[in-house]
Design a protein around this ligand. Structure first.
Ligand code: PLP
Length: 428
C-alpha cells in the first residue's frame, strides 16, 4: 500500500485538497526546534493549558488500566460517562438523554461528525471569522461552502442581523463558538435569544462549540451550586432539537493529550453520529473515559482553580499590553486567549501580521499566532495564549513590546493591502 504522500496528486481524491493544516502545531514545532538549539523561547502559540491533569483524574485512568479495561467498548461511549455528560448538560430538568451523547477522541472528531452528518455538497455554513480554522476546513471537506461572519473582540461572538439579512437559501448550518477562540468573547443570553429567533426563522441547525464553556473569567463563584458553564444556545426554548453541542475535556480539565470529547446531538442525528463513530474510531479507550467520568464527578474544584489562575494571568496580561504603544486589546471574558489589535504597529513597521509573528519568534524568542491564522478578519491582530505562568507571560509581553518598537532589521516585501491570507489554517 502507498501512503497518501507517495501517491501522485492525480490519485488523491479531490476532497483532500479542501483540508487545511493547523498553524499552531506548525509554530509549536518551530518553537521546539528553536528551544532544542538552546534558545530561550516563550511559547504563547498553542491553545493548551500548562496545568497538570488533576491527580484524581489520572488515578481513575490508572485504576481502570489495572482493572483490565483495555478492550473495545461501545462506539458511542461508556454508559456511565454518557449519563454523566447528559446530566452535566441537561441539569435538573434532565433535558439531555444519554442516548444523545456520542463520546469521541477529542472534541474535533465530534465536530467532524456533526459537519459530515449535516452538510451536503453545495450547502452553505456560517462560520466565525476570526474563528477556529478547522470549521472552514471540515465544511469544505464535506463539500460545503463556509460563509464567514465577522466576530469583533467586543460584544457577542455571533452572526449579526446583517448576516441574516444577506442569507442565501443554501444556508443550512451556523457554527458558533462561545467562549470564543481567538477573542475570548462570550455570548450574552440576549444575543443567544436573538440568534435563536433567526435560526428558527431560517430553519437552520446550530453547531455550538462549547469547549471553553467552563473557562469564564467572571463566573458566579459565590454560589457553589451555580452552573460552571457559559450560557448555551441549546438552553433557549425550542433550540434543543436544532442544536449540536460540541464539548470535551481538553481545555478546562487540562487533558489535551488524553483525547476525550463528545457531541450532544438531537436524537435522529445521534444515531448517524454513532454510525460514524463505529466506522471511524470504533471507541475511545475505556480508561480514558473513566478519567473523564472522574473529571465530571470530582473535577469542579480543579476547574475553579484553573480559571482563577487564568483570570490572574488575563488581568496581568491586559495591564502589560495596555502599556505597549500601537496596540489595543479588548477584555476577554472567557477561554485563555488575548487577541490584541496591532494595526498601528503594523503601519509603523510596514509588516503583515505573519511577518511580525515570524520576526517576534526569530528575534525576540516569543511565539504568538498571526490573526490571519483565524481568517481574513484577523489581518490586524495577533493571538496570545495565556498558557504560561504570569512571570513568563509578562516577560513574553515585554519581548512583544520590544519587537513592536523595532522596525524589521531586514527589508521585507512591503505590502499595502490587507495582507496575504494564511492557507495553513490556524490554531488549537
Ligand atoms: N474547538 C475549539 C474552538 C478549539 O479551540 C479547539 C482546540 O483548540 C477544539 C475545538 C478542539 O479540542 P480538542 O482538543 O478536544 O479536540
Amino acid at each position: 500500500m502507498h501512503s497518501n504522500v507517495e501517491l501522485p496528486d492525480a490519485r488523491l481524491a479531490e476532497r483532500v485538497g479542501a483540508l487545511r493544516d493547523e498553524g499552531a502545531f506548525e509554530v509549536a514545532r518551530r518553537t521546539r526546534t528553536l528551544s532544542a538549539s538552546g534558545r530561550d523561547v516563550i511559547s504563547l502559540a498553542i491553545g493548551e493549558p500548562d496545568f497538570p491533569t488533576p491527580v484524581e483524574i489520572v488515578e481513575a485512568a490508572v485504576r481502570a488500566l489495572r482493572d483490565g479495561e483495555t478492550r473495545y467498548g461501545p462506539p458511542e461511549g461508556l454508559a456511565e460517562l454518557r449519563d454523566a455528560i447528559a446530566q452535566s448538560h441537561g441539569g435538573a430538568s434532565r433535558s439531555v438523554h444519554a442516548s444523545q451523547v456520542i463520546v469521541t477522541p477529542g472534541a474535533k472528531p465530534a465536530l467532524a461528525y456533526a459537519i459530515l452528518c449535516l452538510v451536503a455538497p453545495g450547502d452553505e455554513v456560517l462560520v466565525p471569522d476570526p474563528g477556529f480554522p478547522i470549521y472552514g476546513s471540515l465544511v469544505r471537506f464535506a463539500g460545503g461552502v463556509p460563509v464567514p461572519y465577522l466576530v469583533r473582540p467586543h460584544g457577542d461572538p455571533l452572526p449579526d442581523d446583517l448576516t441574516f439579512a444577506r442569507l442565501s437559501p443554501r444556508t443550512r448550518v451556523v457554527i458558533v463558538n462561545s467562549p470564543h477562540n481567538p477573542t475570548g468573547a462570550v455570548a450574552s443570553i440576549t444575543g443567544l435569544a436573538r440568534l435563536a429567533a433567526a435560526v428558527e426563522r431560517h430553519d437552520l441547525t446550530v453547531i455550538s462549540d462549547e469547549v471553553y464553556a467552563r473557562l469564564l473569567h467572571a463566573p458566579d463563584d459565590s454560589n457553589a451550586a451555580a452552573p460552571l458553564r457559559a450560557p448555551s444556545i441549546r438552553a433557549v426554548p425550542g433550540l434543543a432539537s436544532r442544536t449540536v453541542v460540541i464539548d470535551g475535556f481538553s481545555k478546562a480539565f487540562a487533558m489535551t493529550g488524553w483525547r476525550l470529547g463528545y457531541g450532544v446531538f438531537p436524537r435522529p442525528l445521534a444515531r448517524a453520529a454513532g454510525l460514524l463513530a463505529t466506522n471511524v474510531h470504533s471507541c475511545v479507550p475505556a480508561f480514558v473515559q473513566r478519567a473523564g467520568l472522574a473529571a465530571l464527578e470530582s473535577g469542579d474544584a480543579a476547574v475553579r482553580a484553573h480559571r482563577a489562575e487564568l483570570r490572574r494571568r488575563r488581568d496581568a496580561a491586559l495591564q502589560a499590553l495596555s502599556g505597549i504603544p500601537g496596540l489595543s486589546c479588548a477584555e476577554p471574558l472567557g477561554a485563555f486567549y488575548a487577541f490584541p489589535e496591532v494595526r498601528s504597529a503594523l503601519r509603523t513597521t510596514q509588516e503583515t501580521t505573519e511577518e511580525l509573528c515570524d520576526r517576534l519568534l526569530r528575534d525576540q524568542g516569543v511565539a504568538v499566532l498571526p490573526g490571519t491564522a483565524f481568517g481574513a478578519n484577523g489581518t490586524e491582530f495577533v493571538r496570545l495564549a495565556l498558557t504560561v505562568p504570569s512571570v513568563r507571560l509578562l516577560e513574553a509581553i515585554e519581548r512583544l513590546g520590544t519587537g513592536l518598537a523595532q522596525a524589521p532589521p531586514t527589508p521585507v516585501a512591503r505590502r499595502t493591502g490587507r495582507g496575504r491570507s494564511v492557507s495553513s489554517g490556524g490554531a488549537a
